[in-house]
Design a protein around this ligand. Structure first.
Ligand code: UGA
Length: 443
């Protein structure tokens, strides 16, 4: 059965969710306060890089099942189910999450809800937020008790957003335990196609649903920092962290995924989520429980510094050195440069006097906005021309498949730091490169 749905926020999460809901057969209106974004989306264009999304969006804009607006009244009038997918970034000067965008949606939408409606929050919020927002909604919505709130965290990964939205590995719904029933029925109708495929559907209370999301990200961050901490020990001993990860990853209880040692995690989620989680634990008086996340963050940030120091060591100084940094996005198949390890390394080298040329297949423009003083090249070969050192900082396929032999005639000296342990090291060494990985071939 087709539902009338609104999605507030049209970033990576909201735009993908809106298009995904249209794909499931619903009629969808996407809402954002940014008129430029809405204009592009209405024309069927995605304002960021996400594989598969442009096709999906265009298909449903053309079919008329998906449209976009800046007008909250339009959304309130049209839809019976309202998703919230706005951002919750780190506050300036602190660790906590800034939930003001979520609050704005509630404050603007709530007073317009004159008939029964369901609001489903997808944004990552500190535990306790949903309960507070539910109480506020009851105060300000004319339909009062006929307005329900559920918390339905999103687990999509950038780069795989479409597939994760249409085929999630689980659905989680937090509800008000005193008012069960209606929200779950609505969510079951919205997600009917997924539930038919036996997608696990976990219904729980608000607090648990909020904690599920941040716990999942904290666990992933911990796994990455664990292997990066081991990488530090490997570097001190000449051991190879990639072989080590392969070996421990065969144990099903451990698993090989997210044991990729390298420059560590970045992006708009993992770094800020672990910090917001620590901040919330502090407010709740259980800061000791999450004290280990401070170390997870610390190990992660040390990897970026390590890459800069390694470059300095390999070159015998950074002042005036010409360095190619391949990658600016926080991971491949994304143009997102939020808290990007690659860009942090490029910036760090630049601040210590190196002449840095950056190339990213999709993120050059975003990177240039926050690091205008770096030089940007249109392709990898141009970035590498006359370089004394090449650093692979994001594991785009284009970089993983570079021909080390051909590249030797372009660079000034064949030195490479494989910041993501993604290159076939034997080939590079055979082609005459001085190769350094992260946590391997420490030399
Ligand atoms: C992450 C989670 O994986 C999603 O499940 C979650 O929904 C999302 O945050 C969110 O909260 O919205 P995402 O930020 O897209 O997704 O990126 P990941 O694929 O998790 O990668 C995060 C970072 O970890 C990247 O910088 C990546 O390069 C790094 N990473 C990943 C490693 O350094 N090593 C690994 O083995 C894996």
């Amino acid at each position: 059965m087709s539902e009338r749905i609104s999605v507030f926020g049209t970033g990576y999460l909201g735009a993908t969710h809106a298009a995904g809901m249209a794909e499931l057969g619903h009629e969808v209106i996407g809402v954002d306060i940014d008129p430029a974004k809405i204009a592009r989306l209405s024309a069927g264009e995605v304002p960021f890089y996400e594989p598969g999304l442009p096709e999906l969006l265009k298909r449903h804009v053309d079919s008329g099942r998906l449209r976009f607006t800046t007008d909250v009244h339009d959304a309130a009038e049209f839809a019976d189910v309202h998703f919230i997918g706005v951002g919750t970034p780190q506050v300036r000067g602190g660790y906590a999450a800034d939930v003001s965008q979520v609050e704005s949606v509630i404050e603007e939408l709530g007073p317009l809800l004159t008939r029964p409606a369901t609001i489903l929050g997808k944004s990552t919020v500190p535990v306790g937020t949903a309960e507070r927002l539910a109480a506020r909604l009851r105060e300000i919505a004319p339909a009062g008790d006929e307005v329900d709130l559920g918390w339905n965290p999103e687990f999509l990964r950038e780069g795989f957003a479409v597939q994760d939205t249409l085929r999630p590995d689980r659905l989680v719904l937090g509800i008000d335990r005193d008012r069960p029933g209606r929200v779950e029925q609505v969510a079951r109708r919205v997600y009917a196609a997924m539930l038919e495929r036996d997608t696990p559907f976990l219904v729980t209370d608000y607090a648990t649903s909020e904690l599920v999301k941040v716990s999942a990200n904290a666990f992933l961050a911990t796994k990455i920092s664990f292997i990066n901490a081991i990488a530090e020990v490997c570097e001190a001993t000449g051991a190879d962290v990639r072989d080590l990860a392969d070996a421990i990853g065969h144990d099903e209880r451990i698993g090989r995924k997210f044991l990729g040692a390298g420059l560590g995690f970045g992006g708009g989620c993992l770094p800020k989520d672990i910090r917001a989680f620590m901040a919330r634990a502090g407010e709740l008086g259980v800061d000791q429980a999450l004290a280990f996340l401070r170390e997870v963050d610390g190990v992660n940030m040390r990897r970026r510094e390590h890459a800069v120091t390694l470059a300095e060591r390999m070159l015998g100084g950074l002042d005036g050195a010409r360095i190619a940094v391949l990658g600016a996005a926080f991971k491949p198949d994304s143009d997102d440069i939020r808290d990007s390890p690659a860009l942090d390394v490029a910036g760090g080298l630049h601040l210590r006097g190196a002449k840095v040329v950056v190339h990213d297949p999709e993120a050059n423009a975003n990177a240039a906005r926050i690091w205008p003083t770096l030089t940007y090249a249109d392709d990898a070969l141009e970035a590498c021309r006359d370089a004394e050192l090449v650093i692979v900082a994001t594991e785009w396929k284009q970089f993983r498949t570079l021909d080390p032999q051909a590249l030797t005639s372009i660079v000034a000296s064949p030195r490479v730091i494989d910041g993501r342990n993604c290159l076939p090291s034997e080939d590079w060494i055979e082609a005459g490169w001085e190769y350094r990985g992260m946590g391997r071939l420490a030399g």
